[in-house]
Design a protein around this ligand. Structure first.
Ligand code: 5AD
Ligand code: SF4
Length: 470
């Protein structure tokens, strides 16, 4: 048994990890032929991508997949820790599974992902959820075949979670959710330790993948007909810092652009690590999409300092203006937290002012959620729930106004859209524009996975309507 420990996660200064090529012994292959798995994913793109690997691993073991929990022989929850409601959802589902397990004794249940890295969660599972067969952390989910085997052999709950960052595993099996858009990890973990954020504890210190491995993966995706890659990391702008002295996200983006894959995206960016060279490269290559997710979190310098964000409102705005000026047609989205401990009406007003200046194309807004073990969770939080909700409501009202305003500017224009699928309505397709806007459009015999020019006919707050013109 290996239990998580935040103290170890926080103090692991010296990063030691190896690169390992995934290799599964033949004895595991098809061991669970004809068995079905229900895999439920919560949280961010990183988790969605991990689930694609978990699916790939389980398929090698012989598992098929079902959307019907009642039919499953194995249930795996890939969980998220970022806010309290993510916890509640996973524990809610575990409650339902408990009943299922009472009637289906052979059902296996596993919890993995970020919640598995939290001491408080693992202790709760051990004490209150004995029916959970295994808990496996973010650093070692590739050990799934071994842990399933151990659970069977020993017939007891397995808890295998490491607090230190894990090895980098290359060549893991994968079953991607899309046949034309792919996530590609470039960096794992985060070293920023923003005071409210649990990610550096659940995902470990930052570790970049070697550029050769990334480029090889992208070459293979191109051969398989993929049109878009999203380079993924908690802070992609720190790419390479732990590996190279002269190779950063700018150089990587340039090398990926030269593969000629039609569309390149990247997320998430931290303003602190965004340099001019990166902006130049994004501006230079047409296949790097003019769409940047640049979380600001707050418009008040006092709150930004308490959050440990390492930039000021002024330096953020300088970076923002540079992007808008140098990258043609650049759409910028953001994340904002309201109700951080000590946030006063004046601080919140500064956030609204910043939104009124930046007029974001998209924004994800959250009420601060204290996470056990983070420095902010020890700050006095005396803003009432009503006040927090009130601020969120006002903020949403303001950001929504700009989404619509920006969308309206596109009416009458032709924009390129990567076609994702057909919607329920006849002859209606949907996809995303270069600036990452959802577009619903009409047309005839359009190929899924192709990039088409769509004439925009109407704008809504969260989407655009259009038609494919001759
Ligand atoms: N409470 C609320 N929002 C949070 N985020 C991260 N941690 C917390 C928290 N404790 C938000 C940040 C981040 C996004 C992924 O989630 O805005 O950018
Ligand atoms: Fe969390 Fe992002 Fe800050 Fe890293 S940079 S600690 S992932 S909010």
């Amino acid at each position: 048994m290996h239990l998580p420990d935040f103290k170890v996660a926080r103090t692991s200064n010296k990063i030691e990890y190896k690169k390992i090529r995934y290799n599964i012994e033949d004895k595991y292959k098809n061991k669970y032929k004809d068995k079905l798995c229900y895999l439920r994913t919560y949280g961010c793109q990183m988790n969605e991508h991990d689930s694609e690997n978990i699916k790939g691993i389980l398929e090698e073991l012989g598992y098929g997949f079902t959307d019907d929990m009642d039919k499953a022989d194995l249930i795996v929850l890939n969980t998220c820790s970022i806010r309290e409601n993510a916890h509640n959802k996973a524990f809610g589902l575990l409650g339902r599974i408990k009943h299922l397990k009472e009637t289906k004794k052979d059902l296996k249940v596993g919890l993995c992902g970020c919640m598995a890295q939290e001491e408080i969660v693992v202790n709760t599972i051990i004490n209150k959820y004995p029916f959970v067969n295994f808990v496996i952390g973010t650093h070692n989910f590739y050990e799934l075949p071994l842990i399933l085997e151990k659970n069977e052999e020993e017939n007891k709950q397995q808890v295998e979670v490491y607090s230190r960052e894990g090895d980098l595993i290359e060549d893991m099996p994968i079953d991607r959710a899309s046949k034309h858009k792919a996530y590609v990890n470039i960096i794992y973990g985060c070293d920023k330790f923003c005071t409210y954020c649990i990610v550096p504890y659940t995902r470990g210190r930052q570790r970049s993948r070697e550029k050769e491995d990334i480029l090889k993966e992208i070459d293979n995706l191109i051969k398989d007909g993929y049109k878009e890659v999203t380079l993924l990391g908690q802070n992609v702008n720190a790419y390479g810092k732990d590996l190279y002295s002269d190779y950063s996200l700018a150089e990587l983006l340039e090398d990926v652009a030269k593969t000629n894959i039609p569309r390149i995206r990247f997320m998430t960016s931290h303003p602190w690590d965004f340099n001019d060279k990166m902006i130049e490269v994004i501006a230079k290559y047409k296949n790097i999409m003019p769409s940047i997710h640049l979380p600001v979190q707050s418009g008040s310098n006092r709150i930004l300092k308490l959050m440990g964000r390492r930039y000021t409102k002024e330096s953020y705005l300088t970076l923002f203006s540079k992007m808008k000026e140098l990258i043609p047609n650049c759409a910028i989205s953001t994340d904002i937290i309201v109700g951080f401990p000590g946030e006063e009406e004046e601080d919140f007003k500064e956030t609204l002012d910043l939104v009124n200046t930046c007029k974001y194309d998209n924004a994800y807004t959250f009420i601060y959620s204290p996470r056990v073990g983070t420095p902010a969770s020890r700050l006095k939080d005396d803003i009432s729930k009503e006040e927090k909700e009130n601020r969120l409501y006002k903020l949403n009202d303001t950001v929504n106004k700009y989404f619509k305003e920006n969308n309206l500017k596109l009416v009458g224009k032709k924009i390129p859209v990567l076609v994702d699928g057909i919607s329920d309505k006849k002859n209606e397709y949907f996809g995303y524009s270069d600036t990452n806007k959802l577009v619903n459009f009409t047309g005839d015999n359009i190929e899924i996975g192709s990039i088409v020019d769509v004439l925009i006919t109407d704008a809504k707050t969260w989407s655009l309507d259009g038609k494919v013109s001759e």
